[in-house]
Design a protein around this ligand. Structure first.
Ligand code: MN
Ligand code: MN
Length: 440
């Protein structure tokens, strides 16, 4: 920066002005009314700065200066515990702007349906209003406990978080798939296919279910018990061959979650199914937390599981991302769907930037759900001191993402310089390919 420019501009806009000075447009502009001289004169006269910040009437740099000291204090009532867990919305980065729709919720704030044998709670479109593609359910089953046999309108994807379960699903062709799953295993049940989940020996299990329907409700599924209880007994007799006395013994209310005896060995159940055991379609996916990553750097790793390697998962794709302390999942967006996140371990923050310069930063902890609107750019930074692990979920057959760094690296020099207003040598410091996770 020249000494002349130091004299004629306020420190608050030094950065912006320097950028303008470097552009070919600024150099060729008639000098009588350059932005620099106009802003400098206005500032000296004590007038309000007119800037590209538009409706907010301040440059980004003015807003950076304005967020310190008494301006940012909060002398009134304050939920300090919540503020401590979510510092960014309480003291937003100066780059945040406007008020994008909510994109944070936590399973810890959701109603818990607690029954003998376990519980369920959900984060859906009712909690995050703009999340119309996917909804999530978090469920616990003790050893032997069933999530009652059922089916529903949405496709169901799941990951086992802890413990083991036995799952079964029946196909329209009259064949049944059955398998045991443990921590890090997935399953996918197509809409309308009846299925079961039962906790196995030991401490039972806890898992996350994701449905490709934002307004899905775990209280709104077709249950075996409810169906049987509402068919006239004489029809049941014709259909099943069960007498009225036998009909009377059927459950009259939903079982939903209920304790039961532990099943026998998996091999026994497979032997029972015999030739009607489904072996071609694999509805479970083993080892999602220990598989070879598609990207691995000093900052972390990312695994992708979609229909290319888990063929039955036709409408839900997943990234499992590990970010080391201080590292970031690089700035990117997804061209083929909104992103529903489940935070499994650690803590971090995410900024979402949207059209009309809307931007907001939120903090996330294990058990939280995040949402990214379709195409909105975002990064995830690990702000804790242990590895951050989170799921990126999409209602799509195939995972896709666009890396901003990769895009910049592909811009020819003049194109890049015209937009970014930086010297080419600076622009070329950007990593030249999709790194996915950038180390601290
Ligand atoms: Mn289900
Ligand atoms: Mn993403």
């Amino acid at each position: 920066m020249s000494s002349e420019s130091k004299e004629t501009q306020t420190p608050a806009i030094a950065g912006a002005d320097e950028n303008v000075q470097d552009t070919p447009a600024a150099q060729t502009r008639p000098d009588s009314f350059s932005r620099r001289s106009f802003v400098g004169a206005a500032a000296m006269a004590g007038a309000t700065l007119v800037s590209a910040a538009g409706a907010f009437g301040q440059t980004l740099q003015d807003r950076e200066a304005g967020r310190t000291g008494d301006s940012a204090s909060d002398p009134g009532p304050d939920n300090q515990a919540l503020a401590a867990f979510n510092p960014d919305p309480n003291s937003p980065p100066f780059t945040d702007r406007g008020n994008p729709a909510p994109f944070w919720h936590s399973f810890n704030l959701s109603a818990k349906r607690l029954q003998g044998g376990g519980w369920t709670r959900q984060v859906t479109e009712r909690e995050i209003g703009q999340s119309r593609d996917l909804a999530g359910v978090n469920m616990r089953l003790t050893a032997g406990t069933f999530r009652e046999l059922h089916w529903h309108l949405a496709n169901e994807w799941a990951i086992m978080l802890t413990g083991r379960a036995r799952v079964s699903v029946m196909q329209p062709d009259g064949r049944m798939f059955i398998d045991d799953v443990e921590k890090g295993d997935l399953w996918y049940f197509p809409a309308g296919y009846p299925h079961s989940i039962q906790g196995l020996e030991g401490p039972g299990c806890e898992f996350l279910l994701v449905f490709d329907q934002g307004d899905f409700s775990e209280d709104d599924t077709f249950l075996l018990s409810e169906m049987m209880a509402h068919i006239p007994p004489d029809v049941i007799q014709k259909n099943m061959g069960w007498s009225r006395a036998e009909w009377d013994k059927l459950p009259q209310d939903a079982l939903y979650i209920f304790p039961a005896d532990l099943p026998g060995p998996l091999e026994d159940d497979k032997r029972f199914l015999g030739s009607r055991l489904e072996t071609k379609n694999q509805y479970t996916f083993h080892g999602a937390m220990t598989m070879k990553p598609v990207a691995e750097t000093a900052g972390g790793s990312a695994c992708v599981i979609d229909s290319t390697i888990f063929p039955v998962s036709k409408n839900i794709a997943t990234g499992i991302v590990t970010v080391k302390p201080g590292a970031i999942r690089e700035l990117h967006w997804h061209p083929n769907g909104s992103e529903w996140q489940y935070w499994m371990q650690g803590k971090g923050r995410m900024t979402i930037t949207y059209t009309e310069a809307k931007a907001r930063t939120m903090d996330f902890n294990a058990g939280d759900v995040g949402f990214v609107p379709n195409m909105a750019a975002h990064y995830i930074e690990n702000t804790g001191n242990q590895d951050l692990i989170f799921l990126e979920m999409f209602k799509t057959p195939q995972y896709q993402s666009i890396s901003v760094n990769e895009w910049i690296s592909l811009m020819p020099d003049k194109m890049a310089q015209a937009h970014l207003k930086l010297p080419v040598s600076t622009i070329r410091r950007v990593p030249g390919r999709q790194y996915t996770i950038l180390p601290k």
